[in-house]
Design a protein around this ligand. Structure first.
Ligand code: J2J
Length: 540
């Protein structure tokens, strides 16, 4: 197995410890400590089930010990593909307790993504639901079992049926067998990147660096043990997990309510019933909530903070949050690679609606550079580069991507931002070629590769188009092979058959005879994408 590491240069690591950012706390210790301190208080609410901190910790520790009894070892990597259910936390914290490394996949991922993540992370285990939203995850696991040689343990939260896989409920062991706590500077888990080129990369986060963001996020977002955080976005996503998300809520001893659906009809009653104080949405959902609230005038007086992040929230929409929902808007501009910016709850309204916040840490170093790499003055757009106490210094096992994304000890996020003199950032756009579709980051290159696999496709170029509902939609330009006639429905069917996450299938497919490029010489795909995007915008 390739070793997992996240190496912060010694001088910076020493500084982060000295300044008290890194405290040496680890996830297994956090779980024990919260169980002692908050014992009977409610950690998790899921439909009619309420789980106390003590019970959550016990379930996780017994599950972790059960994994050891099954032959898994500390250091083993296990992919978790679970939805917003308590088992997600039993699995993740159980793995932490056993010194194992969770790798977080999303429920929307299909065979292509899961196979890639299993292989890349060299995971020996996979934890799945039986069925969810009409999809049978056991069938997917059965297919993977035959093709991923390293996969030795499939664990089903629910009914394994005839698969022969283990039932999560039966994985049980004695917590006394759990190992010592890990080194706080070691990698705690692998988060996945939004992939600007090709498939997702693995992001190794350490106990020290992630727990620092949880502590500070909980403080910045005003969490107390009386707070109630509603998770409607997938809990495996870094935003929902850590900004402050479910893990930040646990850090603070607050209650997490797991929502099944982000639509207002489901979420508003849940907020009222559980007294939710804070929740997190991506911009398209925030718009849906605003429109619904104008019509329905829901009674949700407990909701104090609505966080919006993952994609740009336009200021016209941002301005509606307070009058329509009666709560404070908090914009969140973060990335699984590290850096997270928040507008502060007591910021003036103009800052809240027009910026995406400022960094968590005084030691988040921000560079805004022009194309030539020279710093631009405040107020001028430029490329965001950053380093700091919780931003990674490299992806796992990705020499090519690391050479592109890291420069002079800084991470290049691919975002174009404007910095104000007081450090607040406004996101202007993006330098890279990913599509931000309702907060899901999709690599144009990856979608092109799937289209090119079709025998009738000669060439394909995929671009993002601004969209009133999704923020951005995926538009594919396809040049068929000579003599071939293709239909969008056929290409979509073909892509689905390749078993990829549905959010990667183009919203719009346009057939072209060629790409209208007359310039002599080779034009880069990036130039081609921006030219095609400009043509669509001119048409609309
Ligand atoms: C514009 N673009 C944004 C915003 C993220 C908190 C919040 C979000 C994420 C996340 C996260 C944006 N306005 N408010 O991990 O902890 C785009 C940028 C960024 C990329 C990262 C968190 N908030 N973005 O979305 O790893 O382009 O993390 O570089 O999924 O999302 O995506 P991701």
């Amino acid at each position: 197995m390739k070793p997992l590491e996240q190496i912060f240069p010694a001088e910076r690591a020493a500084r982060y410890r000295e300044k008290g950012y890194w405290t040496g706390e680890t996830f297994p210790a956090l779980l024990r400590e919260r169980a002692e301190r908050f014992g009977d208080r409610t950690a998790l609410v899921h439909r009619d089930t309420r789980i106390s901190y003590a019970r959550m910790a016990e379930a996780a520790q017994r599950f972790g010990a059960g994994l050891l009894a099954q032959g898994l070892k500390p250091g083993d990597r296990v992919l978790i593909q679970l939805g917003n259910t308590p088992e997600f936390f039993t699995a993740a914290f159980g793995l932490f307790a056993a010194g194992m490394i969770p790798v977080y996949a999303l429920p929307a991922h299909r065979r292509t993504e899961i196979e890639h993540l299993l292989t890349r992370s060299e995971a020996c285990g996979l934890i799945i639901p039986d069925k969810a939203d009409g999809y049978d995850y056991r069938a997917l696991a059965a297919e993977l079992w035959d093709v991923v040689p390293g996969l030795k343990h499939v664990i089903v939260a629910g009914d394994p049926a005839e698969t022969g896989f283990a039932a999560m409920a039966e994985i049980d062991g004695d917590p006394a067998t759990l190992p010592e706590d890990p080194d706080p500077q070691s990698v705690a888990f692998l988060q996945i990147s939004g992939g600007s080129t090709g498939l997702s990369k693995l992001i190794p986060r350490t106990h020290d660096d992630y727990i620092y963001t949880l502590r500070e996020s909980a403080r910045i977002c005003g969490l107390t043990p009386d707070s109630v955080f509603l998770a409607v976005l997938p809990v495996g996503h870094n935003f929902t997990m850590s900004s402050p998300g479910t893990y930040g809520a646990f850090y603070a001893g607050a209650t997490v309510v797991l929502g099944h659906s982000p639509v207002p009809d489901a979420a508003f009653p849940l907020i009222a019933k559980e007294g939710v104080t804070i929740t997190a949405l991506v911009p398209p959902l925030a718009l849906l909530w605003l429109d619904a609230a104008e019509r329905l005038k829901p009674e949700i007086p407990t909701l104090e903070v609505l966080q919006v992040g993952g994609a740009k929230f336009l200021s016209e929409s941002a301005r509606r949050v307070k009058p329509v929902l009666g709560c404070t808007l908090q914009q969140v501009f973060g990335m699984a690679e590290g850096l997270v910016n928040y507008t502060r709850l007591d910021d003036d309204e103009e800052t809240i609606v027009t910026t995406q916040g400022r960094p968590i840490s005084p030691d988040d170093e921000i560079l805004v550079l022009d194309d030539a790499g020279t710093p631009v003055p405040d107020g001028t757009p430029g490329h965001l580069l950053t380093r700091g106490p919780y931003t990674i210094n490299g992806y796992h096992d990705e020499p090519g991507a690391n050479a592109r994304s890291f420069e002079n000890d800084h991470y290049r996020s691919g975002d174009i931002v404007i910095r104000r003199a007081d450090g607040y950032l406004t996101v202007q756009g993006r330098a890279g070629d990913h599509i931000n579709r309702a907060g899901e980051k999709i690599s144009a290159e990856e979608v092109e590769d799937h289209l090119l696999a079709h025998p009738g496709v000669f060439d394909a170029v995929v671009v993002s188009i601004p969209d009133a509902h999704l923020g951005e939609r995926i538009c594919a330009f396809v040049k068929p092979r000579d003599g071939q006639t293709l239909k969008p429905v056929e290409l979509r069917k073909f892509m689905r058959a390749r078993q990829i996450a549905a959010f990667k299938i183009p919203d719009e497919i346009r057939f072209v005879d060629g790409f209208g490029i007359t310039a002599v010489g080779k034009i880069s795909r990036r130039q081609l994408r921006s030219q095609l995007r400009a043509e669509v915008l001119a048409d609309e």
